[in-house]
Design a protein around this ligand. Structure first.
Ligand code: BES
Ligand code: ZN
Length: 395
């Protein structure tokens, strides 16, 4: 199966000019609406569903489509080429969304904000991250059905709101879910130039212990995932201190009820798709505390994630974090990034170790700061990465 996006489609279609052939292409509906007036010839939809449209084009028309997308939207994504009509139709199904999210290119991924980003990244503070982990683990459990699970989400909301107290372009809200008591937390910095384009950094706010994960048993979840929330909190702290005002909208999220099937992020990502929200990129931070792999500090999960964005993260690490990194696989939709991917959005999950070296204490009462090494040095690298991701992708 051939699915080509962006720059690759351009060179392929040029090669095909000599022998004109009909190409099956799926185009994102919002992209199509924007570019339609700019195309030489109005293109006919073959079928339209799932937020995308199937069109049949000549190689030359594909080339023009690619050019117009570049010039009008300043990005490479939004369309895919297929071998047959059947394949194009398949791309409109949920599976199509998954493939689209993994293969499409949603940005030019330029790294050109060094003047702002480098000094801010230098301000990441280990003690601040550690203090937040200690506060979160002090809740007996952050189980999605427990009273302390409800209170811990309110605590995260209050902490983030306090960091943004001097800003009138920032909101922090609880997102309630109809089927369980714990809310998700969403902080929004409204973009100054392209507010409809959204960059998201999230992690799950809940914890669990035991196979049957009762709502009463002690579940400190220091690594899984107080560390991700504390990493996000530190990112917010230094960006607010730097009076960060992004061109695109930036959202920080703490998802409810991840440990019982990605429930909070599923609802949120589905609602974004439902209203055709333009999410440019998503970073998931789930477990940043325990350094399990000797020769790698940041490990990108290559499954259920977007390949081009993962590669961008690799370049951000080289530029701003300067630690060894690599790839691993979960083998299943192991965290909230999978909810975004399933809804057609580009997501990445930079993780603390190779899959085979993970912290053996997660989902037990022993998932504490002490058993993960006693300090938050490892998380510092992820806060630097998250900060540079936001500063570069949202500007
Ligand atoms: N943080 C874990 C996911 C994880 C664990 C990633 C180990 C990489 C290595 C997450 O909170 C979790 O426990 N997820 C569930 C799956 C989910 C769909 C309920 C899991 O892995 O069992
Ligand atoms: Zn987790």
């Amino acid at each position: 199966m051939k699915k080509i996006t962006g720059f690759m489609a351009l060179s392929l279609s040029m090669a095909a000019v000599a022998a004109p052939s009909s190409q099956w292409v799926t185009v994102d509906n919002q992209v199509l609406a924007k570019i339609r007036p700019k195309l030489n010839k109005s293109i006919q939809a073959v079928y339209s569903a799932e937020g995308a449209t199937v069109v049949n084009l000549s190689a030359r028309e594909v080339e023009q489509l690619s050019d117009v997308i570049h010039h009008e939207l300043h990005r490479c994504g939004g369309f895919m080429q297929h071998d047959s009509r059947e394949e194009a139709m398949e791309a409109l199904t949920a599976q199509g969304d998954l493939h689209f999210a993994q293969r499409a290119i949603f940005s030019d991924y330029a790294i050109d904000q060094q003047a702002f980003t480098a000094p801010v990244v230098a301000r990441v503070d280990e003690a601040s991250i550690r203090a937040m982990i200690e506060k979160l683990t002090a809740f007996n459990t952050r189980h999605y059905k427990s009273d302390t699970g409800v209170k811990s989400s309110e605590f995260i909301r209050d902490t983030w709101a306090n960091l943004a107290r001097r800003r009138n372009d920032v909101t922090v809200e609880l997102v309630k879910h109809p089927k369980w008591p714990q809310a998700s937390i969403v902080m929004t910095i409204t973009g100054s130039e392209r507010p409809d384009e959204i960059v998201i950094v999230g992690g799950h706010a809940d914890s669990i212990a035991g196979m049957f994960g009762g709502s009463g048993s002690r579940a400190p979840g220091a690594d899984d995932n107080a560390s991700g929330i504390a990493t996000i909190t530190e990112t917010i702290r230094i960006l607010m201190d730097a009076n960060f005002k992004p061109k695109r909208t930036v959202q920080f999220m703490g998802y409810a009820a991840e440990e019982v099937g990605l429930l909070g992020s599923k609802e949120i990502a589905a609602s974004y798709k439902q209203r055709s929200a333009k999410v440019i990129g998503v970073m998931q931070l789930d477990m940043t505390l325990f350094k399990g792999t000797v020769d790698k500090d940041i490990v990108m999960m290559s499954d259920f994630t977007n390949a081009a964005q993962n590669e961008f993260l690799g370049r951000l690490i080289d530029e701003y974090v300067k630690v060894p990194w690599g790839y691993s696989r979960c083998g299943y939709g192991c965290s909230d990034h999978a909810s975004w991917t399933a809804n057609g959005y580009p997501a990445s999950m930079p993780f603390e170790s190779n899959m085979e070296d993970i912290n053996g204490n997660i989902h037990t009462g022993r998932d504490t700061l002490e058993t993960a090494g006693g300090n938050a040095q490892h998380s510092v690298k992820f806060a630097k990465l998250a900060t540079s991701f936001v500063a570069e992708l949202a500007n």
